[in-house]
Design a protein around this ligand. Structure first.
Ligand SMILES: Cc1cc2nc3c(=O)[nH]c(=O)nc-3n(C[C@H](O)[C@H](O)[C@H](O)COP(=O)(O)OP(=O)(O)OC[C@H]3O[C@@H](n4cnc5c(N)ncnc54)[C@H](O)[C@@H]3O)c2cc1C
Length: 576
């Protein structure tokens, strides 16, 4: 097993020098925040990282008593709750330890890179708990939140059914009102992450279902809290609530995370409780889905970063033709590109988390930008992370294709993040149709303005060629959005839908290049006062990241814009 590593220099730089999260409305100084990250990283290295390989090899087992996870997962999970890490960033009112969202994300990313399958369990619990916290009534909050906070009960999100994948509105699970209160739930949900496990004594499923007179489609869905085991009023566990795990999927990766088929109400009555208003199921589930989409982006970013660190180390140690392979220009290119891409994903996700902090602190007009960037984080970071993992295998040569150096697992574990939480194709449609066109380009234009402001800074002028490329990219982005408007008016919807994915990736690269430029400007200003060679080397690396990203990644936008703008014939004319 490769030695666990964390790019703490880059995490600290983004948090404290670029985004200055210490200036937010909280009582934590830089030293306190660094201490939290340091202690968390130690916990991850000791308890979470060892679950990565074991989870991959052992996987989970469906037994007569339910799903069993590898024993080592129990140790790490206990540590998450006993040491208070689960509570990090949650409100004090429920026993949480408030901290800036960006710091929480940085910590979650360290854990996720170390063992993505393990982090699925408490990540989903936290996301489900947040929906109950926001939409639950007083009784629901006092029944569920304390148990979820202490790690006794886990949480899941149950949308997908055999006939309802991307088309969530096709869900058929029924929720029939009972005379005694609550709803009788009947149906089958598939692919449910953490759907069952022996990590928790009870599982709290958030289930999208349809009441008898509900309208068709997503507008007719309501959200229900459905515990695996029924709960007495005092919070103690009662009898089975007839939620059965009827299958565990055999997957290409993410083996330590249980992916379950759940059958509700087949062996007896299964009782669910309405969460929020009837027919507001999709809106309420979107609280969880938006959080989960950002978690997917972070899954990509975190694994790409660990993968890039392992690969740089390997390239420094492996010798061919009498020199370490990192000295061969082609390998050096891959190592530098991987670092720039991985760090680019980190700065993108931390930027979004920082927007969330600023919004919470009262800064106006940030909600649309967060909404605009959510599908970009999910789509762009998961796509790019897979590219980074594939390059990692290549740099490792034959060893990369084998298990010993642990990089092939990244390829298998990352791939699913492109699929779940809405495939990247669906993210792209959301990005272009809802977040740009339906918003009349307001959020997109305001982001473009921010990018232009950075380009026009005199501190940026030192990178002439890169700036010219960025400028060209902005012009192309304007042209593409303008063209989308025209196609919309001409009802040429296929022309738009055909290229949404390409434009989401185009935008991901443009925004990442902008954020890396901001990093390069900050690093360049800090360089003269850097007091040791290690620090100088790190700051110089931020400038290299920006340059490498422009010449190897941002340039791809030229081909993308040609593809979107140069061909008048729509895809409907091309026969499959
Ligand atoms: C490991 C794993 C864990 C999961 N965890 C959960 C979970 O916890 N909870 C949960 O509810 N679900 C979960 N899912 C389900 C996941 O969210 C779905 O698999 C995903 O949304 C895609 O649905 P589908 O598999 O039915 O594919 P489909 O919807 O059949 O899509 C197949 C292809 O068609 C494309 N497509 C479909 N419709 C359109 C369209 N209108 N326009 C353009 N392209 C389209 C898709 O992009 C995709 O490429 C999980 C899945 C996996 C594999």
């Amino acid at each position: 097993m490769a030695q666990f590593r964390t790019d703490l220099d880059d995490i600290h730089f983004n948090l404290f020098e670029l985004f200055k999260v210490q200036d937010g409305q909280h009582d934590l100084a830089v030293a306190d925040l660094k201490e939290i990250i340091k202690e968390f990283e130690k916990f991850v290295a000791k308890d979470i990282y060892p679950t990565r390989e074991v989870g991959d090899v052992e996987g989970v087992q469906l037994t007569d008593e339910g799903v069993k996870v590898p024993a080592i997962f129990h140790v790490a999970n206990k540590g998450m709750y006993d040491n208070g890490w689960y509570a990090l960033g949650l409100p004090e009112s429920i026993g949480g330890m408030p901290a800036p969202e960006a710091v929480v994300l940085a910590c979650s990313s360290i854990a996720t890179g170390a063992s993505v399958a393990f982090t699925m369990y408490n990540g989903l619990t936290r996301a489900a708990m947040n929906v109950i916290l926001k939409k639950g009534n007083e009784q629901q909050n006092s029944l569920y939140i304390p148990k979820m906070m202490e790690g006794a009960w886990g949480g899941t999100m149950c949308l997908t059914e055999p006939g309802a994948g991307s088309d969530v509105g096709a869900a058929n699970t029924l929720a029939v009102p009972r005379e005694q209160g609550g709803f009788s739930i009947k149906g089958v949900k598939i692919f449910i992450s953490s759907g069952d496990s022996d990590l928790y004594e009870n599982n709290i499923h958030l289930v999208l279902a349809r009441t008898p007179e509900a309208p068709k489609g997503s507008k007719g869905l309501s959200l229900f809290i459905v515990p695996k085991t029924s709960i007495n009023e005092d919070g103690s566990l009662a009898e089975s609530n007839h939620v059965q795990c009827t299958k565990v999927e055999e997957k290409m990766g993410l083996h330590g995370s249980s992916t379950c088929e759940l059958t509700f109400g087949q062996t007896g009555e299964c009782v669910g409780h309405l969460l929020g208003d009837e027919f507001a199921g999709m809106t309420n589930m979107f609280i969880m889905m938006n959080e989960a989409r950002l978690l997917c982006g972070m899954q990509g970013e975190s694994q790409a970063n660990l993968c890039a660190l392992f690969t740089e180390q390997y390239a420094r140690e492996r010798s061919q033709f009498g020199t370490e392979i990192i000295n061969h220009p082609d390998v050096k290119r891959m190592v530098l590109k991987m670092r720039a891409e991985a760090r680019g994903m980190r700065v993108l996700n931390l930027y979004i988390a920082n927007l969330m902090d600023r919004e919470r602190e009262g800064e106006a007009d940030l909600a649309d930008e967060i909404a605009l960037l959510t599908p970009v984080s999910k789509g762009y970071c998961t796509e790019k992370a897979l590219d980074v993992a594939i390059d990692a295998v290549q740099v490792h040569g034959g060893y990369g294709y084998c298990k010993e150096y642990a990089v092939e697992q990244f390829v298998r574990d990352i791939t699913v993040a492109k699929i779940y939480e809405g495939t990247n194709g669906i993210q792209a449609i959301d990005f272009v149709l809802r977040k740009i066109l339906k918003n009349n380009g307001v959020a997109f234009n305001s982001l473009k303005k921010k990018i232009n402001e950075t380009i026009n800074l005199k501190e940026a002028a030192q990178w002439k060629e890169e700036l010219a490329l960025l400028q060209k990219n902005i012009e192309k982005a304007e042209k593409i959005v303008g063209q989308y408007g025209k196609w919309g008016m001409q009802k040429k919807y296929d022309k738009i839908l055909e290229s949404c994915f390409d434009f989401m990736m185009f935008s991901g690269r443009l925004i990442t290049a902008w954020l890396l430029l901001r990093g390069a400007i900050t690093a360049s200003a800090l360089l003269p006062s850097a007091d040791n060679e290690e620090r100088k080397k790190y700051l110089r690396s931020k400038i290299v990241d920006f340059k490498v990203y422009c010449r190897h990644c941002l340039v791809q936008n030229s081909a993308t814009s040609l593809s979107i703008l140069s061909f008048s014939e729509g895809i409907e004319n091309l026969e499959v």
